[in-house]
Design a binder for this molecule. Structure first.
Ligand code: 3PG
Length: 216
């Protein structure tokens, strides 16, 4: 295991765990990133994952990192060493990947950026645990087996904690959050594309507020 891993995992935990939900955002217009992040913050959601799936993503991360210091902005859909380095250079404070390749994990070992790598099976989770990842993304949560699958992993793998993401909404999030091996959940339901296009920030704040209350 890389020597800096425990420290990076602690940092990741401190970023992701305070609120029950990490907002997963795919953004087409970096010009709305600051207002969007502020709307989430106003609703009590501080961890914002901007997926690297659009040309606007890195500019959005840069803008949030610069103008919304209360937000912990991260990069999602980090698939390669190149993505990881670009995310760090843009000011991301964490990185998320749907799975884990050896090349990505090797790059993460030498990066200061904490990585939340994805696992969907016991074997994948064990391999990541061997490399020091005690906090992992469970992806895609609903299709991969959902709450019952994660509950089954908690018995033999109690030392691994998950942020399940994929198919989670306000109505099924609470069941995940009650599991002993769930630190938080991730989801895109806080920023529906139609609300973002309409720049309806009060509506986004209301969704964030409902999400922030899930563990309360
Ligand atoms: C993703 O990779 O898109 C995230 O897991 C979000 O999934 P969701 O849109 O089902 O919340």
């Amino acid at each position: 295991m890389n020597a800096s891993m425990p420290h990076k995992q602690e940092r990741l935990q401190a970023i992701l765990a305070p609120a029950p939900v990490v907002a997963v955002v795919t953004i087409d217009d970096a010009g709305v990133a600051v207002a969007l992040a502020q709307a989430l913050i106003d609703g009590g959601i501080g961890a914002i994952e901007i997926t690297l799936r659009t040309p606007a993503a890195l500019d959005a991360i840069r803008a949030i990192a610069r103008d919304v210091p209360q937000a912990a902005v991260g990069a999602g859909t980090v698939l390669s060493a190149t993505d990881l380095h670009a995310a760090a250079a843009a000011g991301a404070r964490f990185a998320v990947s749907p799975g884990a390749s050896s090349a990505l994990l090797d790059a993460a070992d030498t990066s200061t950026l904490p990585l939340l790598p994805g696992a969907a099976t016991a074997s994948e989770a064990m391999r990541l645990s061997e490399r020091g990842y005690c906090l992992q993304k469970f992806f895609p949560a609903e299709p991969a087996g959902g709450v019952e699958y994660l509950r089954a992993l908690a018995g033999p793998l109690p030392h691994i904690c998950f942020c399940p993401t994929g198919g989670i909404r306000v109505d099924n999030a609470a069941a995940y959050l009650r599991l002993p091996n769930v630190a938080c959940v991730g989801g895109s339901w806080l920023t529906p594309p139609a609300l973002v296009r309409a720049q309806d920030w009060p509506a986004v704040t209301a969704l964030a507020r409902a999400a922030a209350a899930l563990r309360g």
